[in-house]
Design a protein around this ligand. Structure first.
Ligand code: IVH
Length: 675
């Protein structure tokens, strides 16, 4: 790769990191989780290692955190506030110890003594004491220069303001972590993503009175500048801190040897959910201050300390309860209510247990201690159960045979797999089951459905609980007077809501069909039905005239959809919903597609990214010219249009069937033949 391109790439990455830093440190609204952030940083550092011509004043090898914001006065740290390098497994720890032994030129490899301290995930602060008086407190800022947040720190009860102990140094800058306990975070969770952000946000309030309202805690663990201190080791220093009146971490330990560090690591990881503050790893520090001094620092972290991080996407916690949620199609999904735990920067309090079979297979029970995994944006799930932690009186979880609406549930038999479904369902009772009805209403207002501005899932939930809505038609007959009197609503917001609802009385036929939430009728099928029937009247008549089977002629509609539609039309409430809605709404007829365009009777499919136009635009262009788009390679296909990075499997399949493969410019040529 050429040098300029590498430089450009590198600079882009630095720019991105600065943006992430600003959101994290300055705005308290992180854009990515801690794990992703670490990866981005590691990526930059590895580039710098590989190409020595890469350099930036903003490189993570040069800066710690983000420049302090302008709201507070900046003050230089007398001794910089460093960061720690990370270890993720035993091998990293072995290497860490080896390097230390090499540096100290120890002839025989000694088992070193460490102070092992759970790493609190909060905000570090530096407290300057002169003659026993707390005179100034700084945030870390960029490590060199912090912000003067003295007045805010003064509001924290855990910070002693006057220390009269005889052995307290004349001048010392005591450092530690400001944080919020998990139980206190409960009341703040609507405002912040996790306790760390809550602590950072509260600590940097302009008005200390606002900081005072938040129950911030402080735990001390190190020092910066100190004048005249006789202590010889970290463990003695921690002990001394406690005697001076500071809180220290109750799980701190002095440990010799990597094997014992690992043992402690696993023990603490298991205990993590019992501790009432977030920890994201264990910090190991060489215990002897003499050795620390000899070892010194590399770049911006000490050679004598390392942070052994917990897994970024797994955590251990306890199941407090198992609740049964009912989905729009009647599926009963068991959900575990979890003792909240921070996994990779996200507080997890729910985990899906998938279905009854999964609970039986893993023998998951209420009060069990479990390993949870959170990957990407999907709902966390239970990986395994620690049955050793179970109490004798623990009982197997019995999956309810009834839906919370009172109806007996069923497991459907699948004709194709010749097996019963793993999912238990409230039989397709639609709006007659109040659990299903609530979910169906959420679906009704969803993006591809009525998509009413300001009327999302949350409002459906609220209005449902207040008995303002039970069926879709109720949305168009709301009691606006009542809504105006509700908390959080006013004249203007009600007027906006009313306007948004009125606006959606004009609706396309396909959206209408989709919004009804008929099982197995997704947006594509709804489109096919609307395209075939054209007149919405005919939809209601399908049931009257026993014509549902006619839809079988539509390519894409199969037995499953037909059975589901018949079931839908056999329910009286559903028929009433359609009838009432047809009276209220103006459901637009489906416009005839032009069939005489240049691409008439031609069938296309895309693979890969197009240039200069989106897939949606290209699709609409083809459809405007009477062409059809499909999404699977089949004999019917006339052209496979390939863009950048096409899927090899699709291209191979097309070649096999001798289908013409064209690129974007050839598509344009086909289109231009018309003009
Ligand atoms: S020692 C040079 N001890 O972890 C030593 N740090 O990435 C640096 N932290 O900024 C600090 N618990 O916010 C130390 N027991 C502990 C800690 C701890 C949490 C945080 C602190 C620091 C970061 C290092």
């Amino acid at each position: 790769m050429d040098r300029n391109k590498i430089k450009k790439d590198y600079n882009e990455k630095i720019k991105n990191l600065l943006r992430l830093n600003k959101h994290y440190y300055d705005l308290n609204k992180p854009l990515v989780n801690d794990h992703e952030y670490d990866q981005i940083k590691a990526d930059i550092l590895s580039l710098e290692k590989k190409y020595d011509f890469l350099e930036s004043v903003n490189s993570p090898s040069k800066i710690v955190g983000f420049k302090p914001s302008k709201t507070f006065l900046k003050v230089l740290h007398r001794v910089p506030m460093l960061s720690l390098s990370n270890a993720f497994d035993e091998e990293d720890l072995v290497n860490f110890e080896k390097k230390i032994n090499n540096f100290l030129d120890q002839k025989s490899l000694n088992e070193l003594e460490y102070s092992a301290e759970p790493k609190i995930d909060g905000i570090s602060a530096s407290l300057i004491f002169k003659k026993g008086k707390f005179i100034m407190g700084l945030s870390r800022g960029d490590g060199k220069e912090g912000e003067d947040i003295t007045n805010n720190l003064m509001t924290i009860d855990d910070i002693p303001k006057n220390i009269s102990a005889k052995n307290f140094p004349d001048e010392i800058d005591i450092r530690g972590e400001v944080f919020i306990q998990n139980n206190d975070f409960e009341n703040l969770k609507d405002k912040f993503a996790n306790p760390r952000n809550a602590a950072s946000g509260s600590l940097r309030q302009k008005n200390p009175q606002d900081t005072k309202k938040i129950p911030l805690k402080f735990i001390a663990y190190t020092f910066g500048y100190v004048n005249n201190m006789k202590i010889k080791s970290q463990s003695n220093y921690l002990q001394q801190l406690s005697e001076w009146g500071f809180k220290i971490n109750p799980f701190n330990k002095t440990i010799k040897g990597i094997k014992n560090l690992m043992k402690n690591y696993h023990e603490i990881e298991k205990k993590r959910n019992e501790i009432d503050f977030d920890i994201d790893g264990i910090v190991y520090k060489i215990n002897s201050f003499d050795l620390q001094k000899r070892l010194g620092n590399v770049a911006n972290s000490p050679r004598w300390a390392i942070a052994h991080k917990f897994s970024a996407n797994k955590g251990i916690s306890k199941i407090l309860n198992i609740e049964i949620q009912v989905g729009r199609t009647g599926a009963l999904t068991p959900v575990a209510k979890i003792k909240p735990i921070n996994i990779g920067g996200v507080v997890v309090s729910n985990a899906t247990l998938h279905n009854e079979d999964e609970i039986i297979r893993k023998d998951i029970r209420i009060n069990d201690t479990v390993v949870l995994e959170r990957a990407g944006d999907v709902i966390p799930h239970v990986v395994s159960v620690d049955s050793k932690k179970r109490r004798k009186e623990s009982k197997k979880f019995i999956f309810p045979k009834k839906c919370p609406c009172g109806y007996e549930t069923i497991k459907e038999y699948n004709e194709i797999t010749k097996k019963f479904d793993a999912v238990r369902r409230c039989p397709d009772r639609g709006f007659d089951c109040d659990r299903i009805a609530k979910e169906k209403l959420k679906h009704f207002v969803s993006k591809e459905g009525f998509n009413i501005e300001g009327f999302g899932k949350k409002i459906v939930g609220n209005f449902w609980d207040l008995k303002l809505i039970r069926l879709p038609q109720d949305i168009f007959n709301l009691n606006y007077k009542k809504i105006e009197s509700l908390d959080g609503w006013g004249k203007q917001s009600v007027a906006n809501l009313r306007y948004a609802i009125e606006e959606k009385k004009n609706i396309s036929f396909e959206k209408f069909v989709y919004a009804l939430g008929i099982r197995h009728i997704g947006f594509e099928n709804a489109k096919l039905i609307a395209k075939t029937l054209k007149n919405p009247e005919k939809f209601l008549n399908l049931s009257k005239e026993n014509k549902v089977d006619d839809l079988l002629n539509i390519d894409g509609i199969g037995e499953t959809q037909i059975t589901s539609l018949k079931k839908f039309f056999s329910n009286k409430t559903n028929l009433k919903v359609i009838k009432d809605l047809q009276k209220i709404l103006n459901i637009k007829k489906t416009l005839e597609n032009k069939t005489d365009g240049v691409l008439s009777e031609k069938i296309f499919m895309f693979t890969g990214k197009l240039t200069g136009m989106s897939r949606a635009e290209a699709k609409s262009l083809i459809e405007k010219n009477s062409g059809t788009i499909i999404s699977n390679v089949s004999k019917k296909l006339d052209y496979l249009i390939i863009g950048e990075k096409p899927t090899k499997r699709k291209v191979d399949a097309a070649k096999e069937l001798k289908i013409k493969i064209i690129d974007q410019s050839e598509l344009h040529k086909l289109l231009n033949k018309s003009s």
